[in-house]
Design a protein around this ligand. Structure first.
Ligand code: UDP
Ligand code: MG
Length: 140
């Protein structure tokens, strides 16, 4: 019953997709256990995506992620890590399955509307990046 981190990226917030995305999360039986809006500083974005530092898309990704406010979410419920990744769809929207968020809304491999942790370890560190313990609803 591990929690995972979800982000609605600047393109999703700009295009007012927040409600639609949260609706899909709740309809899938997942639970919003933490929620806030913020704008990443350059330093924060660089640190959050440090694993991609050597990639050709890193600089542009940091630009994009700091280009406007984001919504960060702690998503819980059974199998939340895998199920949120499934709901998002593949990184490249052209390769994402039908009925996934990225297939439906993403405009490019970079501007792909949402982020999700890729495993239990990253979920833990990514949640701690944005949320204090007392900002997360306890599991029932
Ligand atoms: N990204 C990009 N170009 C690429 C691959 C990734 O701009 O060729 C961006 C995209 O926004 C992606 C993020 O970098 O969501 C992190 O990449 P990752 O491979 O971790 O994909 P994700 O886990 O988000 O599906
Ligand atoms: Mg990733």
């Amino acid at each position: 019953m591990a929690n995972t981190l979800g982000i609605i990226k600047p393109d999703g917030v700009r295009r007012r997709l927040v409600g639609k995305i949260i609706d899909k999360i709740e309809n899938a039986g997942l639970i919003i256990r933490g929620l806030k809006t913020l704008r990443l500083s350059r330093e924060q974005a660089e640190k959050f995506y440090a694993v991609h530092e050597s990639k050709p898309f890193y600089k542009s990704l940091v630009e994009f992620m700091t280009s406007g406010p984001i919504v960060v979410m702690v998503i819980g419920g059974h199998g939340s890590i895998e199920r949120w990744r499934e709901l998002m769809g593949a990184t490249d929207p052209a390769k994402a399955k039908y009925n996934t968020i990225r297939r439906e809304f993403a405009t490019s491999v970079e501007k792909n509307v949402v982020h999700g942790s890729d495993g239990p370890d990253t979920a833990k560190t990514e949640i701690a990046f944005f949320f204090k313990e007392d900002e997360i609803l306890p599991k029932e």
